[in-house]
Design a protein. Structure first.
Length: 372
């Protein structure tokens, strides 16, 4: 690796790896390695900043510092101590440690945390010729994962998870995560000229993410990232990448969206969030029950309909699916993309999906039912 190349790693929702892979390639990431729920790639500091500002389906952007096998604490210590921590951690930075271990000999996370911290201190002591760290400068979060005895050591450049775009101050009871919403929008192949409808708009996440995708709007432009405070990465890099991202916005896109919800509060919430997101003028929101929904020609419905956890709610959800089957398009010039955890969704909807994709909404296993 040349001096300015960095190995980066982005976790994502299971099932969105192909979408994230396309996004990473598009922003200039190279040498991609795809595994379940994660993609590693190579870039420089500009790509690091660009990934944070522009990737819509990544959960965070991590620097991958080292990978090695460890079945003893000594191996863990030596592996961490060999990593180039001083490249990003200054002598005044705080460097807290967190991580997890799965199916590994070193299974006690608190013990592993302590060893990783100790090794980091020893490495930085030698590099900076000091014996005490005040840790008064902004934190550089060290993360580790130990999976089947393979340790991967990361630095977290994002801070707060990337799904926190900054537009959703409030949400209704069952919001869909912004990163998952963005992945569904990608799978539905939303274009600059698309018309998107969500008859269960909730807090507006699917509609806002669709607008962002159609307008090529950088999802992270209105927030800050942990690595912006690191002295190891120049402010100029972040300024360049923010300017670049804004230049790429397609203001000529004709995209528009329609949101409906039976709940007045959800309608107000969607309007507020869309305004905060800067796409209020593109989204028309109204209070309406699904039975009154009329899908426009040449439009795409993307929705996350209610799902009952309890039996009574489940019956209600199933009757909603039946109504959806009557009013939503099944392909051609009226497409529908519906995420649901209900195993028999297609039976109630009345039509088999053209394609399905397994996705996880939080811990809930769902299918994206695609009608196109």
């Amino acid at each position: 690796m040349s001096n300015n190349t960095i190995r980066l790693s982005c976790p994502c929702h299971f099932g969105l790896e192909s979408v994230l892979k396309f996004e990473i390639t598009k922003i200039g990431g190279t040498d991609l390695t795809v595994s379940d729920g994660r993609i590693s790639f190579t870039g420089d500091e500009n790509i690091l900043a660009r990934a944070n500002i522009c990737l819509s389906t990544a959960e965070r952007v991590l620097i991958e510092l080292a990978q090695f096998k460890a079945v003893t604490f000594e191996e863990l210590f030596q592996g961490v101590k060999a990593a180039e921590l001083e490249r990003f951690i200054g002598k005044d930075n705080a460097f807290p440690v967190k991580g997890y271990s799965l199916n590994s000999a070193l299974h006690s996370v608190p013990d592993c945390q302590a060893i990783v911290k100790k090794a980091a201190v020893e490495r930085l002591k030698e590099k900076y010729g000091i014996s005490w760290f005040d840790e008064t400068a902004p934190p550089v979060q060290i993360r580790f994962s130990i999976l089947k005895d393979i340790v991967t050591l990361y630095l977290d450049t994002s801070g707060v998870g990337l799904h926190k775009r900054g537009y959703r101050r409030n949400s209704n009871a069952a919001p869909i995560k912004e990163t998952l919403a963005a992945g569904i929008i990608d799978l539905a192949r939303i274009r600059p000229e698309s018309v998107v409808c969500d008859p269960f708009c909730g807090s507006g996440t699917l509609l806002i993410e669709a607008a962002y995708k159609a307008l090529k709007f950088p999802v992270g432009i209105n927030r800050r990232f942990a690595a912006e405070k690191w002295s190891s990465i120049s402010d100029k890099v972040w300024q360049e990448e923010r300017a670049r991202a804004i230049d790429l916005v397609d203001r000529s896109a004709s995209f528009s969206a329609i949101g409906c919800d039976i709940d007045d509060d959800a309608v107000t919430l969607t309007i507020d969030n869309a305004k905060k997101a800067g796409v209020g003028s593109r989204i028309d929101v109204r209070q309406a029950d699904i039975s009154r929904f009329v899908q426009p020609e040449n439009s795409v419905v993307i929705c996350n309909p209610p799902y009952g956890e309890r039996l009574l709610e489940l019956r209600e959800a199933e009757s909603i699916y039946k109504v959806m089957g009557k009013v939503l398009g099944k392909g051609g010039d009226k497409q529908s993309y519906i995420i649901s955890p209900h195993e028999q969704f297609e039976d109630f909807f009345g039509t088999k999906a053209k394609k399905r994709r397994k996705l996880y909404n939080g811990m809930i296993k769902c299918q994206l039912y695609m009608y196109f």
